[in-house]
Design a protein around this ligand. Structure first.
Ligand SMILES: C[S@@+](CC[C@H](N)C(=O)[O-])C[C@H]1O[C@@H](n2cnc3c(N)ncnc32)[C@H](O)[C@@H]1O
Length: 310
């Protein structure tokens, strides 16, 4: 989209209408939502403010930037990569194409982890938690913000992802208070799953949103998802390679009775339940998300002395 001299001065309402029209012309589904989201992100305002302030004149540069964003969106770039930010839980995370865009399904995982943490007391006041495959740091940083007593470690195989995660930890901080940003205390480590962790390290909880798409799913990705890093999506040809490695290795890094929590694809519930039971995990549970689909797995360490419910 280009601007002529006379078109340069436009109001929020005009720009929004044109933006939505542009996306519709390019056959984009949910053109209104996308047009609004990009303008909200750019103006750093909420959706209703777009309408309340519909008559406000926008500077020419803002109009140009918005039109450039619309063009990138029409070429398949997700809004979050265009704007460089994504909402997760109560926070705004910086994202780049080096990290997965945090998903609402993963908020369900965080809710389950918080529920578990809230029901227990811990030796050191708060739980020691390891986040495996931290990506943008959305899980680890949210947990640090909500659980001020927790000691959190986070690993990822991608150094680029860890850089973004460190930045998010600094920006969001403990209790989501940017003034305390330096004090998140999250220990970030580049590691292939547990490879680089000290062999003596033990956690109360190991949590993860591992890559879990199969080869077949990778070959049929929606265009937006294909912009995300394959490393964050591809779980081996059957989709379960990382889940299998996680389930086989996590027990060595949990305290007795420690809990493993991880996200799965909605068709992986039965397979994961079977796998964990075969490996000796106890109290294996698969929780359904708000769409009624298998999504989060919880299992207790097999060396637990407590009675399992299985
Ligand atoms: C599905 S993404 C999850 C990112 C983030 N935790 C979230 O919930 O949005 C999986 C993450 O695991 C990382 N990863 C892939 N293979 C890994 C491995 N072998 N060891 C550690 N991290 C790995 C990827 O780089 C990616 O950041």
């Amino acid at each position: 989209m280009t601007l002529t001299e006379t078109e340069a001065e436009k109001t929020v309402g005009e720009v929004l209408r044109e933006g939505i029209g542009f996306l519709e012309k390019h056959g984009m589904e949910s053109a209104r939502v996308l047009g609004e989201r990009l303008l909200e992100g750019l103006l750093d305002c909420s959706r209703h403010e777009l309408y309340l302030e519909g008559g406000r004149i926008l500077p020419r540069e803002t109009v140009e930037t918005y039109f450039a964003c619309l063009e990138r969106r029409a070429r398949g770039v997700p809004c979050q990569y265009i704007l460089g930010k994504a909402h997760f839980m109560d926070f705004v995370f910086r994202v780049t194409p080096c990290v997965l865009i945090p998903r609402p399904e993963t908020e369900f995982l965080v809710e389950k982890i918080l529920e578990e943490a809230g029901m227990k007391s811990f030796e050191k006041g708060g739980p020691e938690i390891l986040d495996v495959g931290t990506g943008s740091g959305n899980i680890a940083v949210s947990l640090a913000a909500y659980l001020p007593q927790a000691a959190i470690s986070a690993v990822d195989i991608s150094e680029e992802a860890l850089e973004i995660a460190r930045e998010n930890a600094r920006r969001i901080g403990r209790r989501g208070d940017a003034r305390n940003a330096a004090a998140t205390g999250i220990e970030f480590l580049k590691s292939d799953l547990f490879d680089r962790l000290p062999r003596t390290k033990r956690f109360d909880m190991i949590v993860s949103n591992p890559p879990y798409l199969s080869g077949e799913e990778m070959r049929n990705l929606p265009p937006e998802v294909s912009r995300e890093p394959a490393l964050a999506l591809f779980g081996g040809e059957r989709g379960t390679e990382l889940i299998e490695r996680l389930a086989a290795g996590a027990g060595d890094f949990l305290k007795p009775g420690g809990i493993l929590f991880f996200e799965i694809g909605y068709e992986q519930g039965d397979m994961t339940r079977r796998l964990l039971r075969e490996l000796g995990w106890r109290e294996v549970e698969v929780f359904r998300d708000y769409c009624g689909r298998d999504r989060v797995v919880r299992a207790a360490d097999f060396r637990s002395t407590a009675c399992g419910t299985d």
